[in-house]
Design a protein around this ligand. Structure first.
Ligand code: ARG
Length: 468
């Protein structure tokens, strides 16, 4: 047990007194790391309980500190806490107030730890909690996509598949929407994977050499919900790959949201006219009364870059750092906070965008049926190949037929049986039946394909996976 008289005196840590204004300005982090207050309190509560269990703190002292920490939490929650720049960061602010509230015994909270393991623990906890919130947001967007897919499947809405942004082949709109849900499902998986790896508690590493007190890091790790303590004290305070990994997962997620956003922007243009976005996620123009601008989606597309930048910030901060703790690591927080805020907002915007989207089946159909689209060209090539023509030859034949049809401003089917048969003797009367959009879709019934039963099953399977 340490007697109260040996606890650090209030004011013993000189903090920022007498420092250059510029140093203060660059050094102080309370204006952003106050967001870690709950995790800081939780970490201290677990730490103090462990100190008592290990006989390092008297039970009465531990109880007094825990009580004080709860009062501090109450003040922060109530908005009455006085965050002070002179106290640098959230850790010193809370410790100062704790000592004010419970007296010098409050100073014992820092026994056997350092701000180095404290901040690493706080940020890991914060990241784990936020990662679950983001994953829930991904699920909500996934739900919106699955619901839209289900609805559009029942309406049998067909859309061109594009390659190189050129009309290629017909697919079900539901199939297209499911492609986006596949991508974000992997994003949710990446977040969960990152959480598993980050589930190690740095508390007990102290400044980086480990604690000289007979502490039990297993107890604090378990109390805070981590799978286990970190294995190496230097790594515990120096590691920020858990931040980089989460940022990487968020960056990829934002790339996917941006891609979805881009399609909503493109599709809602007059040129495409495939979708009408809800008034709730679009804005008018201050000058042009007719405008319905897809600002929500555009901002998601624009904000993806911020999150990529946040990842870059973290990678650059760690790439040249000698072990163990260096102040550069303080840069981890704003990057992560910004990425988390930006991504959750973007997820909510895209979920609302998809929920409110009215797809225009007729316009999509028009795009497929367009005279100059030749979305049935692959069908004709397959037809020839099924009748023994090597596919490469069939491809050449149909390519020439497309040129011929384009010249005559006709569809392939409008060339008529005679001209088709002239191109290849294997052509029979049944060829015209093959050149329909519905036939083309129905034939794609193998795994991954766009045939309606496949898509129906894909939706059911996705629902099943998402529900877990
Ligand atoms: N505010 C600091 C940070 O975010 C806390 C750790 C301070 N540690 C130190 N050795 N100065 O990294």
């Amino acid at each position: 047990m340490i007697p109260v008289s040996l606890a650090p005196e209030k004011g013993a840590y000189v903090g920022l007194q007498g420092k250059h204004a510029a140093l203060k300005a660059i050094h102080v982090s309370i204006h952003f790391d106050r967001r870690l207050w709950r995790e800081d309190i939780d970490g201290s509560l677990a730490h103090v309980a462990m100190l008592a269990t290990c006989g390092i703190l008297a039970a009465a002292d531990a109880a007094a500190i825990a009580d004080g920490l709860r009062r501090v939490a109450g003040e922060i929650e109530a908005g009455t806490f006085d965050f002070r720049e002179d106290d640098e960061d959230i850790h010193l602010n809370i410790e100062r107030r704790l000592i004010e509230l419970v007296g010098p015994v409050g100073g014992k909270v820092h026994t056997g730890r350092s701000r180095n393991d404290q901040v690493a623990t706080d940020l890991r906890l914060w990241a784990q909690r936020k990662s679950m919130e983001i994953e829930a947001g991904v699920r909500r967007l996934g739900d919106a996509l699955l619901e839209a897919a289900e609805r559009e499947l029942s309406r049998g809405v067909v859309i061109p598949l594009y390659t190189h942004l050129q009309r290629a082949q017909p697919v079900l709109l539901a199939h297209h929407l499911l492609a986006h849900s596949e991508a974000i499902e992997r994003d949710a998986g990446r977040l969960a994977d990152a959480r598993r790896r980050a589930s190690e508690c740095p508390l007990g590493a102290a400044a980086g050499a480990g604690s000289g007190w007979p502490i039990d890091p297993r107890q604090t790790a378990a109390a805070l919900g981590f799978d286990r303590p970190c294995r190496n004290s230097l790594d515990a305070v120096a590691a920020r790959d858990f931040v980089a990994e989460m940022l990487a997962a968020l960056a990829i997620l934002m790339a996917h949201l941006s891609r979805l956003a881009e399609e909503m922007i493109l599709w809602s243009s007059q040129e495409f006219g495939f979708v009408r976005l809800s008034e709730t996620v679009t804005t008018g123009s201050s000058i042009m009364p007719q405008k319905r601008n897809p600002d929500g989606a555009e901002l998601v597309r624009g904000k993806a870059g911020r999150v990529f930048g946040d990842l870059q910030t973290m990678l650059v901060a760690i790439k040249g750092l000698p072990l163990a703790y260096n102040k550069d690591l303080q840069e981890d927080k704003q990057a992560l906070f910004d990425a988390v805020d930006t991504t959750s907002l973007s997820l909510a915007v895209m979920a609302a965008t998809i929920r409110g989207a009215e797809f225009d089946a007729a316009r999509m159909r028009e795009a497929i049926d367009a005279r100059d689209g030749y979305a049935d060209a692959t069908e004709l090539a397959d037809y020839l190949a099924e009748r023994g023509v090597p596919f490469r030859e069939a491809h050449g034949i149909v390519r020439r037929l497309c040129d011929e049809a384009r010249e005559a401003k006709l569809r392939l089917s409008e060339l008529g049986i005679q001209r088709l048969r002239a191109a290849s003797a294997v052509v029979q009367d049944d060829v015209l039946g093959r050149l329909s959009v519905d036939a083309a879709i129905a034939r794609r019934s193998a795994i991954m394909g766009t045939a309606s039963p496949q898509v129906k099953q894909a939706i059911a399977e996705a629902r099943e996976r998402w529900s877990k």
